[in-house]
Design a protein around this ligand. Structure first.
Ligand code: SF4
Length: 327
């Protein structure tokens, strides 16, 4: 049995006159020690997916179909007490902005000790020892001193290290990292990413990395899920997708990477923008932006086609492959 299995997940948001689907038909599983990447532009549904794994979707949103099975138990309908035991304890989340996670009026030590005491029967003294160990693991210098400081006394990179240390407090089996470096200085983004990877590898923790940055994700994940308008449109081994993307949207994302652009030339962009949840689209949601679209693309939602080790939601994937062979 996989450690985590997401099956036919659908998340909807209620509106005054109906509802809109923010996620649909999401399926994947995570084993211990896996490195999973979820990539897509803003509005693709990546963060909604991260939150819905932990059943943290707040009203007017809700899980309207499917299951999120953790060791076989469905987190989508688990009693609040059992769910609390899994959140933070067995599955942790690292958010984009450390200041959103840390309480500005409490010292780092108080926050870490409170977190430990909320999940375990433990004395203040032992909780403090564990907090110091975790700060050492994330290479915080003088951890004893840092415990008595407030978040605003630390740099952005240091704060994100503290958040990573907090995510490790309960020795979780899965860490969901939602754009963990976006709010940080470019100079320390790589450092934080390497740290997350190192800690997951050392502790055999599965990592679900959510980001818009295909360049980052291609270096650290083994399996890749590309999202567009609330659906996974391409999935498979990261290397295979990066070397030979099949879906026109994934191809566009790869071509837009700065390293794919010849010096002195303009960056290649995908024309248009992601549809909003309120747009009523039929067929493939990517069709207004796709250079290959045919009539069927505006009429029918594409189902998945197996292609190599990947699955691709595109009507024309076979046709485009045959054209490639002939050209
Ligand atoms: Fe483009 Fe059609 Fe494939 Fe959608 S289904 S990606 S519109 S070719």
């Amino acid at each position: 049995m996989p450690l985590l299995q997401v099956k036919n997940l659908e998340v909807s948001f209620a509106l005054r006159n109906g509802s809109v689907k923010a996620l649909q038909d999401i399926n994947f599983s995570v084993e211990r020690g896996d490195r999973i990447g979820i990539v897509g532009e803003s509005g693709a549904g990546k963060s909604v997916l991260g939150f819905s794994i932990l059943n943290l979707i707040s009203r007017p949103g809700s899980i309207t179909n499917g299951e999120v099975l953790f060791e076989g138990r469905n987190l989508a309908n688990l009693p609040a007490e059992e769910l609390r035991n899994i959140r933070g304890n067995r599955i942790s989340m690292i958010f984009q902005d450390p200041m959103m996670t840390l309480n500005p009026v409490l010292t780092i030590g108080t926050q870490m000790i409170e977190c430990l005491k909320a999940h375990r029967q433990i004395t203040d003294e032992n909780a403090r020892k564990i907090a110091i160990q975790k700060l050492q693991q994330v290479y915080i210098p003088s951890p004893e001193t840092r415990l008595d400081q407030y978040p605003h006394e630390l740099s952005g990179g240091m704060r994100q290290r503290i958040v990573i240390a907090i995510s490790l407090l309960m020795d979780p089996e899965i860490i969901i990292a939602d754009e963990p470096t976006t709010a940080l200085d470019v100079t320390i983004q790589a450092e934080i990413m390497e740290l997350i990877l190192e800690l997951c590898e050392r502790n055999d923790v599965a990592l679900i990395m959510i980001t818009h940055d295909l360049g980052v994700i291609s270096q650290i994940t083994k399996q890749l899920f590309v999202m567009y308008a609330g659906r996974i449109i391409e999935q498979g081994p990261t290397k295979e997708i990066i070397n030979d993307a099949q879906h026109p949207y994934t191809q566009g994302l790869i071509n837009a990477l700065p390293q794919m652009t010849v010096r002195g030339e303009r960056l290649q962009q995908i024309r248009g923008s992601m549809p909003s949840l309120n747009d009523s689209l039929t067929g493939c949601a990517f069709n207004p932006r796709c250079d290959h679209a045919e009539d069927i693309c505006t009429e029918t939602l594409p189902s998945y086609t197996a292609s190599g080790g990947c699955k691709v939601a595109c009507h024309l994937v076979e046709k485009m492959k045959n054209q490639e062979v002939l050209s």
